[in-house]
Design a protein around this ligand. Structure first.
Ligand code: HEC
Ligand code: HEC
Length: 378
């Protein structure tokens, strides 16, 4: 598959990616010197800054300094590829990179990674008609040294398989009833939730979630670098904050954000997708759970897990494309409590390989006026 193929990612990839980059920037307090020389003088071209967001339409080799394997790839797709490799091998960026000089080839692991990218491409081109069947993770499984010897561990088959073609309607109906029912849901048309976000830095950040029916949502995190906003205005999503100018989400990022923005989700979940299928039951945090796979158009499928006992939504798993494979984002909902006739999660965690943050809500106000400008890109 050509790497230049348009790659779809979700808002989460970007938000977590930016947080990861911000953390790296914070570590290197001095500005990064341009490679191999004194700072540019007078008329010298500006040094290329790998941490600056690439301009739309830029190729990786135009934005970065030492691109060989990913020539032709849109520059904005390089970081998702880096995140995928880190996750597939279970390593940090430093495993392959010299600190503050990612363009250098000093580390053997970086050189090995280039050979591995070529090998993986050759396997898929030569044996799987160019489909991305084999990825770094197929062999590495979260380790930098793939296993050669099969394990003697015997798998226990204690999970009950759901009967074939188990209907999805009862699962969705139970979710709606557990959430308060359609009538109670519709009595609430807006909601402001305040709490904290932890896991993105050493200190928790204050967070406010603004939501309005049918599908507007803005999450505002107050970081030491200013407000960071992830929003969906009912039609499209945008990201803003800190010192960066706000920008529109890609169509796939928007699609992912629109699911989070669904105000009456317990009622509308079934209508959002073209195809819903019940998979074998499993467990979420030790609780027996019903498992539903939802597909819509050409988007990557979304997995939903519902508490078999209460019927409430426990987990959503979305997968986003990177040039090397898909990265999962898992959102776990906990601490369900009633607010004005509606049962809502008061905590949720957002996890990706190697990163996780949690939002805890301490204050909920419903049917309050929210200015339309809250949801609109400034
Ligand atoms: C398994 C090894 C590996 C890991 C882990 C890895 N990278 Fe890379 N990185 C590479 C390779 C290989 C290249 C060069 C790609 C090419 O030749 O097109 C690269 C290139 C880059 C570049 C472009 C540098 C330039 O100017 O040429 C940046 C920036 C970068 N990586 C950042 C990161 C970050 C941030 C992480 C952690 C999230 C990371 N990398 C994790 C292997 C790795
Ligand atoms: C077909 C299986 C397979 C695939 C696919 C694969 N690898 Fe590997 N990789 C290996 C094996 C086996 C080794 C160990 C070779 C050795 O022991 O010298 C290895 C070694 C490496 C190493 C060197 C170990 C280290 O960290 O110093 C890196 C880095 C690496 N792989 C990165 C990747 C990346 C990135 C991808 C995806 C683009 C990838 N590999 C895909 C099988 C694979």
């Amino acid at each position: 598959m050509p790497l230049s193929r348009v790659v779809r990612r979700s808002a989460i990839v970007l938000v977590v990616g930016l947080l990861a980059l911000t953390a790296r920037q914070a570590l290197s307090d001095a500005p990064k010197p341009p490679q191999g020389g004194p700072p540019p003088q007078g008329g010298a071209p500006p040094a290329r800054n790998p941490w600056a967001p690439p301009a739309p339409g830029t190729k990786a080799e135009q934005h970065y300094q030492n691109i060989q394997a990913f020539k032709g790839l849109p520059a904005e797709d390089l970081m998702p590829a880096m995140q995928f490799m880190s996750a597939a091998l279970g390593v940090d960026c430093d495993h392959c990179h010299v600190e503050r000089a990612p363009e250098k080839d000093d580390k053997r692991a970086k050189q090995a990674a280039r050979r591995m990218i070529a090998m993986t491409r050759a396997i898929n081109d030569g044996h799987f008609k160019g489909e991305r069947e084999v990825t770094c993770y197929t062999c590495h499984r979260g380790s930098d040294e793939p296993e050669r010897v099969p394990s003697v561990d015997v798998k226990e088959h204690d999970e009950e398989e759901a009967p074939a073609e188990s209907p999805v309607a009862p699962i969705l109906e139970k979710f709606l009833a557990a959430s308060g029912g359609a009538e109670a849901l519709h009595k609430v048309t807006s909601r402001v939730m305040k709490g904290t976000m932890s896991g993105a830095g050493p200190q928790p950040f204050p967070v406010t979630v603004y939501a309005a029916a049918p599908n507007q949502r803005a999450t505002v995190v107050e970081t030491p670098r200013g407000e960071s906003v992830t929003a969906f205005d009912g039609k499209g999503g945008w990201l803003g904050g800190g010192m960066r100018p706000p920008r529109d989400m890609s169509p796939a990022e928007s699609a992912a954000a629109s699911l989070d923005a669904e105000f009456w989700l317990p009622e509308t979940l079934g209508k959002r997708f073209d195809q819903l299928r019940v998979l074998p039951d499993g467990k979420v945090d030790g609780k027996p759970a019903r498992h539903v796979l939802a597909k819509h158009a050409s988007d990557t499928p979304v997995e939903f897990w519902f508490d078999a006992a209460s019927g409430l939504l426990l987990r959503v798993v979305k997968k986003t494309e990177t040039p090397l494979g898909q990265l999962p984002t898992q959102i776990d909902y906990t601490d369900y409590r009633a607010e004005g006739g509606v049962t809502l999660p008061h905590a949720w965690s957002v996890a990706r390989p190697g990163s996780r943050f949690e939002i805890r809500i301490t204050d909920v106000q419903q049917n309050v006026a929210i200015e339309a400008s809250r949801f609109r890109k400034p």
